[in-house]
Design a protein around this ligand. Structure first.
Ligand code: SAH
Length: 220
């Protein structure tokens, strides 16, 4: 793969800034998140044939029936995850294109990301290398089980929707840590933020969302 990191025309700085204005209008208010989203080139995370649409506020196909999430959702989940927290170690479940992980890599010291489809993970790894994002660590695995050897985490983000909350992930949160996750069956998913307290967990339902399902097993 060759990468045009700067971007021209439909992937230029000006095109990117139009997306940032749109995110602001849609209620994203965390300036640090907006700055990072202006800097990370989303067109690197989609096929060349779709690069001209990379700064539209829409999800786009990345192959294997998966999608790179809509920029609004990436921004929203990122601000929910990071707001007011010092992020040392963050786990992402569902690497996909690698875009969300790249955003997280600018907020956290170390990012751990797990994907179940090997060809997608391979492409994401190449993008991380091209962008010199050396603080991202990847693993081919079923993310229902998190990444216990690398935890506990300050925050966990899941970018595919389970029908019920995977309990394993809760145990890999630090006290005060947050899990941002879409939960529910297709058509009835809610974005949820779960915070680990000294004893037990708090849950806040944020807004209805539409994600691909969190599936089991690994695809090579
Ligand atoms: N964060 C991604 C979004 C990709 S879509 C991005 O920025 O592009 C969700 C991804 O979750 C898909 O790649 C899908 O293969 C992956 N996924 C689904 N179930 C999974 C599981 N159990 N473990 C790990 N990854 C999973």
């Amino acid at each position: 793969m060759k990468f045009d990191l700067q971007g021209i025309g439909m992937t230029s700085r000006r095109t990117r800034m139009r997306l940032i204005d749109r995110l602001r209008q849609d209620g994203i208010s965390d300036e640090q998140v907006l700055t990072i989203m202006a800097d990370v080139p989303r067109h690197i995370f989609v096929d060349e044939a779709l690069a001209h649409r990379a700064y539209e506020n829409t999800a786009l196909p990345i192959g294997h029936s998966q999608t790179i999430s809509q920029p609004y959702i990436v921004a929203r989940m990122t601000e929910l995850l990071s707001g007011g927290l010092e992020l040392d170690r963050v786990l992402e479940v569902g690497t996909g294109s690698g875009y969300q992980g790249a955003i997280l890599a600018h907020l956290a010291k170390q990012v751990f990301t797990v994907e179940r489809i090997e060809p997608l993970l391979d492409r994401a790894r190449k993008r991380y290398a091209a962008l010199k994002l050396n603080n991202i660590h990847t693993k081919l695995a079923d993310g229902h089980w998190g990444w216990p050897e690398k935890g506990p985490f300050d925050a966990i983000m899941v970018t595919a929707a389970p029908e019920v909350l995977p309990e394993e992930l809760l145990g890999q949160l630090k006290v005060g840590g947050r899990l941002v996750i879409p939960v529910g069956e297709d058509g009835k998913q809610y974005l949820s933020v779960i915070t680990r307290q000294e004893e037990g967990f708090d849950e806040e339902l944020v807004e209805p969302v539409r994600f691909v399902p969190l599936l089991g097993g690994v695809v090579r």
